[in-house]
Design a binder for this molecule. Structure first.
Ligand SMILES: Nc1ncnc2c1ncn2[C@@H]1O[C@H](COP(=O)(O)OP(=O)(O)OP(=O)(O)O)[C@@H](O)[C@H]1O
Length: 531
């Protein structure tokens, strides 16, 4: 103030140039102070920094080289404000957790365990984009009512940058902030498992621990599936370029207990997707199916489990309509909460063509990425049209446990990389078939901490019993086949006596081993064909 008064006085004196000299030196001092404030702002106490910045900006409105943009949480004219504000919030909370000294911690929405960190209102964080420095700060303003009550305060973020970078910041930088903010939101969101009760989706929080690391599969098959999923999730531009909807169909098939449901959970966890578990038998007709599917969101896996049991979708398309009128569909496995299954099932009118139309048509109109997964124990029963490439792009067979897959389970359940019993178990596994679910059951600890010896012994005994059963079965079949051969030989002799021509050929097949897949042709009976 004293300096300002002396400047005014200096104008009144005989030489007015003195006044300009004083004014110039004041501006230079202020600019120097301000540049110091901006450079060392993080070292100054927050309150002092705010006061200095405020006075410097007021005193130097015409030479201020910095531009500020304010992003309010609420603005009446444009509803997208909130969306933009929340993108910035996610972006900053992610970046600030490593730099900011004052952070606010909250629990993520619908989560009891995940923390959400955000910048405290008195904190400013610096960011860098293409070598350019800029600063974000947050604050609150009074709403138009001017009431000091908390509800009338609007939160905002303020971005400060040098005016020479205006184009770069307003264009590419803000797009980058919004894109990253959205991606961070997706990563942090609480994922959901939706199930339909008739035409409505209901959801519960999806927190399945399955992942590809713990999935017992051959390494080669696992790698192939992982690469396929990751390539799909990164191919938005490619799909747009070739004019295809961003979707991919997977058919998982194999005997019960080979990990089909577990793999779906691992897929959803890998890509951070929601799951829509579609219960076709409770969908009234094709229109209801369309409604349900249009309501699914992007970044989701739409699952139809046991598609062969869901409806009469297994025969040829022409036959389907006739059959539907008389057949009551089987109920699927009851894995869903009770409140979701309270609607009495009525025969569904959903047709195979309704389902095909959905897979091919509807998605093209819905933005975003989706996987559709069918599972079945009986792949050969399915109509080829349903699972042809282009609809179900990838067919994955999940089969009995190999020794390699067993080692994954042993590592997972018993923290074992190797054990003296592994060799014997490996040999037994070559002679019989066991599903990963059966093996996992043996490896489940009987005591805590787990005793690997007990679990492996239990598995070995079970494998030995299965090998023995298979051996007995082979023995029985050989005896049966010998008897049949003897009968046929007798018949041949009799025929020779009467016609002189045998007319019969006999083929015998090996018996089914323990747990043989249901799809295979029955092979215990000799096939008799007439020449
Ligand atoms: N490949 C696997 N890797 C790890 N665990 C597995 C695997 N397969 C099965 N399991 C274990 O067995 C249990 C049953 O497996 P899951 O329900 O995934 O089999 P499924 O093939 O879907 O059976 P279904 O055809 O009867 O629906 C799972 O909870 C999991 O613990």
């Amino acid at each position: 103030m004293a300096k300002a008064k002396s400047i005014v006085k200096s104008f009144n004196r005989t030489n007015p140039w003195n006044g300009f000299t004083h004014l110039g030196s004041l501006i230079a001092t202020l600019m120097f102070v301000w540049s110091l404030v901006r450079q060392y702002r993080r070292l100054l106490p927050y309150q002092l920094r705010v006061i200095l910045e405020k006075y410097c900006q007021r005193a130097l409105p015409f030479v201020n080289p910095y531009v500020q943009i304010r992003f309010s949480e609420l603005c009446s004219e444009n509803l997208m404000c909130t969306e933009l504000y929340s993108d910035i919030e996610s972006y900053l909370s992610y970046h600030s957790s490593t730099q900011a000294k004052r952070l606010k911690a909250d629990l993520l929405k619908n989560s009891q365990s995940k923390l959400a960190l955000s910048v405290d209102s008195s904190e400013e964080i610096a960011d860098e984009f293409q070598g350019i420095k800029l600063w974000w700060a947050c604050g609150k303003t009074m709403s138009s009512t001017g009431s000091p009550s908390l509800h009338n305060k609007t939160r905002y973020y303020r971005l400060t940058f040098h005016k020479q970078h205006r184009d770069l910041i307003i264009g590419p930088y803000l797009s980058h902030v919004m894109k990253e903010g959205k991606a961070i939101k997706v990563r942090n969101r609480q994922r959901k498992l939706y199930t339909n009760n008739g035409p409505f989706w209901k959801h519960v929080v999806f927190e399945h621990p399955a992942n590809f690391e713990t999935l017992a599969l051959e390494a080669k098959q696992k790698k192939e599936i992982l690469e396929d999923l990751i390539t799909f999730s990164q191919a938005e531009e490619y799909y747009a370029k070739i004019g295809r909807a961003w979707k991919r169909g997977y058919l998982l098939y194999g005997p019960p207990g080979t990990g089909k449901s577990t793999m779906i959970a691992a897929m959803a966890n890998l890509l951070n997707y929601d799951i829509y578990d579609l219960e076709l038998t409770s969908v009234k007709d094709n229109a209801e199916l369309r409604k349900l599917l249009i309501e699914t969101t992007s970044k989701s896996v739409i699952v139809i489990e046991d598609i062969d049991c869901s409806l009469d979708l297994t025969g040829k398309r022409k036959q389907t309509k006739v059959k539907q009128e008389v057949e009551v569909p089987k109920l699927p496995k009851l894995t869903r909460p009770k409140y979701l299954t309270d609607r009495e099932p009525k025969p569904s009118q959903v047709t195979l063509s309704g389902l095909l139309n959905f897979i091919d048509g509807i998605w093209s109109a819905c933005k975003g990425e989706r996987l559709i997964v069918f599972t079945t124990n009986h792949v050969k029963k399915l109509d080829p049209a349903l699972i042809r490439k282009g609809r179900m792009d990838k067919h994955i067979e999940l089969s009995y446990c190999s020794f390699e897959a067993f080692k994954t389970l042993a590592k997972n359940y018993l923290m074992l990389d190797d054990h003296q019993l592994f060799g014997k178990i490996g040999l037994l596994m070559k002679q019989t078939k066991m599903t990963p679910a059966e093996i996992a059951e043996h490896l489940m600890p009987k005591t805590l901490p787990p005793d690997p010896q007990v679990c492996l012994n239990s598995l070995m005994q079970s494998l030995e019993a299965a090998v023995e059963r298979a051996r007995l079965k082979v023995g029985e079949t050989i005896i049966k086949n010998t008897e049949i051969t003897a009968i046929v030989e007798e018949t041949k002799e009799e025929n020779k006596g009467s016609t002189g021509h045998t007319g019969l050929q006999i083929q015998t097949a090996l018996p089914l081993a323990a747990g043989e897949q249901h799809d295979k042709e029955p092979s215990t009976k000799p096939v008799v064909s007439d020449d």
